[in-house]
Design a protein around this ligand. Structure first.
Ligand code: TXA
Ligand code: MG
Length: 357
């Protein structure tokens, strides 16, 4: 156990660097791990050029070492030390122009010697992004380093959207936590790679397929297959093969065209679990929560505004554990826009168990 420092900072931070971020940046420069807010989820940062520092991330999270980390930078000028600049195409530049700062991670050919090989888990590529959060940007600028940062949760748990989630998972295991309040998007960045002039979404996230298509109208976009169970073959984004976000209780997703039929099926299923003596939970949406009875019914955002579902999703998954819920039925949502990322995370949380009604 180490003593984890804790700083509370203002979201509407000015141009002056406060004592808190100056201290946090100093810790990063000295090779420690520091959790900080981004517009997606909290990240656990360390100096990407320092192998011992990056090791600290894997140890604190209990993360498998074959899962590469995203490198966070404050501006595009920092790119040249990380990647092979002559491999940056006009399409790459267009994506950076449109989506940075923002929740898009672009996988590019890594420059040898630029960052620790632990960051890329031995791959020839590195995922890079500029986060769109005032606290993250100030910290990155002040540290003056490329910062490797996975989500700041223990490996396998839902990503943290509040500093308290980070504390619950990593207090005593990391150098510090910068608390900048709730994150915005609520799910992680979209990870993409351009291969042979086509765009592959390796992990759906905050930037939607539709937004990518309108930024690059002529390009062919490959979405991850819906409901794909990552199996024996090596997935393109190595992190996608691991079980993630799963509550401790049994969870499955129930989906169907007929909302009435879905609600009936779920209530019946939950009542049966209750009869078996299990504590029960339902994950649903604001518009639909009043139909249900269970030990814990969570209204996770509005179906009519799926961004709000993304914002609430990880906190909701954590809440089932806090309340010790043993049996959970979750309603699915349409897989358009941000819904693609929501269902991707929900499927993993449910161990890919999905019932069609
Ligand atoms: O929003 C986010 O992306 C957050 C915040 C903190 O920035 N970070 C995050 O990092 O979600 P992490 O480590 O939890 O997820 C990184 C994902 C993993 O699925 C990993 O396999 C993939 O990105 N990835 C990283 N580098 C890659 C590479 N070179 N090629 C393919 N996939 C890569
Ligand atoms: Mg993660």
């Amino acid at each position: 156990m180490i003593v984890t420092k804790y700083w509370k900072v203002d979201q509407g931070i000015g141009t002056e660097i406060g004592i808190e971020l100056a201290e946090a940046a100093q810790l990063l420069r000295s090779g420690e791990t520091v959790a900080f807010p981004t517009e997606t989820v909290y990240g656990l940062g360390a100096d990407a050029t320092n192998t011992a520092a990056v090791e600290g991330i894997f140890t604190a999270k209990g993360r498998p070492s074959d899962n590469p980390l995203i490198v966070h930078i404050a501006n595009v000028e920092q790119l040249s030390s990380l990647i092979l600049s002559d491999r940056v195409s006009a399409d790459h530049r267009q994506l950076m122009e449109v989506f940075w700062p923002g929740p898009l991670t672009i996988v590019l050919p890594v420059k040898t010697g630029g960052i620790s090989p632990l960051v890329t888990a031995g791959l020839k590529t590195v995922g890079v992004r500029i986060p769109d959060h005032p606290v993250a940007l100030q910290l990155l600028r002040e540290a003056g380093l490329p910062i490797a940062a996975p989500s700041a949760n223990s490996s396998g748990r839902p990503s943290p959207t509040l500093a308290s989630h980070v504390r619950d998972d990593l207090d005593g295991r990391i150098g510090g936590i910068v608390d900048g309040g709730a994150t915005g998007v609520g799910v992680e960045s979209t990870v993409i790679e351009l291969v042979g002039g086509e765009l592959y979404i390796l992990r759906p996230g905050g930037v939607t397929a539709e937004q990518l298509q309108s930024a690059l109208p002529a390009i062919r976009i490959h979405e991850p297959e819906r409901g794909e169970v990552q199996g024996a073959e090596t997935p393109r984004a190595p992190g996608m093969k691991y079980t993630h976000y799963a509550p401790k209780g049994f969870m499955h997703i129930v989906q169907g065209e007929d909302a009435e039929a879905v609600a009936e099926w779920i209530q019946h299923d939950i009542d049966a679990a209750k009869t078996r003596g299990e504590s029960t939970g339902i994950l649903t949406f604001e518009e639909r929560a009043s139909r249900y009875h269970a030990d814990l019914v969570i209204a996770c955002g509005l179906l009519s505004q799926p961004e709000t579902i993304a914002q609430d999703l990880y906190a909701a998954l954590r809440q089932f554990d806090q309340e010790g819920i043993q049996y959970i039925a979750a309603e699915g949502c349409p897989e358009t826009g941000i819904g693609l990322a929501i269902m991707n995370r929900l499927r993993k949380a449910a161990g890919h168990r999905l019932v069609r009604v």
